[in-house]
Design a protein around this ligand. Sequence first.
Ligand code: ADP
Length: 669
Amino acid sequence: MPRAEGPTAMSRGRFARFISAGAAFALAAAVFAFDTFSGYESAIAVLYALVLVLGAVAGGRLFVLAAAIVCGSLAIVSFLATHVGAIDAGNTGRLLVALVAIALTAALLLSRLSLHQTRSALADSEQNLRIMADTVPQILWQALPDGRIVYLSRRWTQMTGAPIADGLAADGLAFLDWFHPEERSTAIEQWTELIREGEPFEFYRRLRVADGSYRWLQLSASPLRAETGEIVKWAGVATDIDEEMRAQLAVRATNQTLEARVAERTAELARSERRYRSAFEQSHVAMLELDITGVAEALADARVAGNGDGTGYLMAHPEEFDRCVGALRMLDANRAAVQLFGARDREALLARKGRLMRSRTREDIDRYYALVERRETIEAEAELPVMDGRVVKVLFGVSQIAAPDGRCHALVGMVDVTARDRAQELLLAAQEELARANRAATLGALSASIAHELNQPIGAVMMDAQTAARWLERDPPDLGSAKRALARVAGNAERASGILRRTREQLVKGRRAVAPLDLGEVVRSAVALVDRELKGGRTQAEVRVAPGLPPVEADRIELQQVILNLVVNAVQAMCDTPVGERVVTIDVAGGERGVTVEIEDRGSGIDPEHINRLFDAFFTTKPGGMGIGLQICRATIESFGGTLDVRNNETAGATFSFTLPAHDGGDVR
Ligand code: ADP
C-alpha cells in the first residue's frame, strides 16, 4: 500500500538519523574521555573519524563540518591537557595523524554528501520533468533523428486510449496509424519531408481519439543538435486544438458563405440595377431621376415657418416656393425624356436650368408634400416648358425611389398628351363636321320632304281652286259650294305656309312651337287634311279617341305631318285591297307611358325582310317614292321624347304606332 508506506519510511529515516546522532555524540564523548583521562599514549583520536561518519548519517554536510571542527578541537584540547610540558615529536605526530584523519574523513564525507545531493536533485528534477510531461495537456514526444518516435508522454494514452507502447510500435512509426485516414498518406509524406529538412516545424492533422472520433492536433517539433550541428533527437509537442480549429473552420465556412452571399447579393443588385437602367433607358415613356433632398428640406423648413401649414406659407411666399422647387436636381434622363424636352442630348438636358413645371398652385404644393413626406405616388397633368420654347402638356407620375446616403431620389415618368389632346380636338372637330354634314343631309332630306309635303296641300289647293271656279262658273253660280271650296283652299294654303315656316325655322336652327297638345284633336285635324288622298284611294278613315287623355307636348304642325304621312302611307298600302275593305283605323288611347296613336291598315303589310330598314333614309318600295317620310316621322316623334314602331297585323296590313309622354300641367293648345 504505497499510501501507508510513505510516512513509515519517513519516520524510519528520521529514527536512523536520531540514533546516528546519539551514537556520534557518545562516541565523541568516549574518545575524548579516553584520550584525556586514560593517560594512555595512543592514537585513539583517530576514532573521531568514525564520529564524522556517524554525523554524516545523522545530518548533512553542516553536521559533518561541525563534527569535524568539534572533534578536531576535542583532540587538540585532550592533547594540551595531557601533554602540557611534555610535548614531543611522538605525541605531536599522533595528534597530527588524528587531525589529518579527521580532516580527510570530513573532506571525503563532504564530497560524498555533495555527490549524493546532486544525484537526488537530478532524480528529483527528472521525476518533476516526468510528472510535468505527464500532466501538461499536450502529448510530449521525442524522436530519433530519422523521425522514429521513442518517447510519448502519458497524455498519449489519455487521448487515444492506446498504451504508449502501441504508439511507439512499428519501429516508432505506429503513431501515424492514428491519423485520419484521409490525411494519413500525406501525413507520412509530410513527416518524412519535415524531418529531412531538419528545421523546427508545425503541422496539423486529425488524430483518432479514445471514443473513435477525430480531433485536430497541432504538432510542433524542434531538432536538438550536438555541438557539431548534427541532430541528436527531435523534441515535440502535440496540442489538441480541435475546438479552436473547428471554430476557425466554422468561421472560415461562415466567411465563405458570407462572401458567397455578398457576391450573390452584389450580383443580384447589379442585375437589378442593370434591369432598372435598361428599363429606364429603353422606356418609351420619358423618365427622369431627380434628387429631391433639397426640396424635402425646403418643404420641412416651410412647414416650420408656417407653424405646421407649409402649403399656406409657400402660397404666401412664392419666392420660397421657387427656392424650394429650385432645389430640385435632375440626375438622369432617358432618351424619351431628351426627346420630350427637345434637348440636344442628355447632357444638355441635365444642364438645363429653370423650373420643371410651370404652375404653383396650392394643389402643386400639396402634391410635393405628399411625395416627399408621405412617399405617395403622385399623378397629374401639367404644362411643361420645353427647351425649344414650346409648352408641352404632360401626364406625369412621380414616386420616391431608394437612394444612397439617406438622400431622397424620385423617378418621374412623363407622357406627352399634347398629341392626345390634339387628337381629342380633332375628334371633336370631326364630330362637329359630321354633325354639320348630318344637318346638311337632313336639310337635303328636308328639302326633299318639303317638296313631298307641299305636294299634297298644293295639289289640294289647285283642286279646290278649280272646284271653286267651276261653282262660280255655274249659272247661277253656286256661291255656297264655291265658298266652302275656297275655305279649303285657305286651309291648305295655311298648311303649306305652316310647312314652309317650320322648315325655315328648322333651317335657322329649328325653333319649334312646342306646346301641350290634345293629341286626339291633332289626329282629327290631320285626317281632315288628307281627305283628298282618302277619297282618291277610296278609303274610309275611322278615328277613335279615348276620353280624358292627358295632353302631350309637341309641335302641332310636325305632329300633323307625322300623322298625315302615316295615313297617306296606309292609303297607298291598300291600293291592292278590295275597295270595300280599304279602312284605316286611327286609335288614340292612353297608357302607362303616355298617349299612343295607332294607325292600322288592311294593306299589303310589310315584307319581313324590309321591316328593319323601313325607317332608314331613302328606303322605299314605291316606284316614285323618296323613302324619307318614315325617317322624318320617327325623328320627329323621338325629338318629343316618344317612340314610333311598326308591326304587321295578324290578319292583314300593318299598324304604325307612336307614343308620346303625357305632359303634366299647362294649358292645352
Ligand atoms: P315612301 O313613302 O316615299 O316610300 P316612306 O318612308 O314613307 O317613304 O316609306 C318607306 C317604305 O315603307 C315604303 O316604300 C313602303 O314600302 C313601306 N311602308 C310605309 N308604310 C307602309 C304601310 N302602311 N304598309 C306597308 N308598307 C309601308
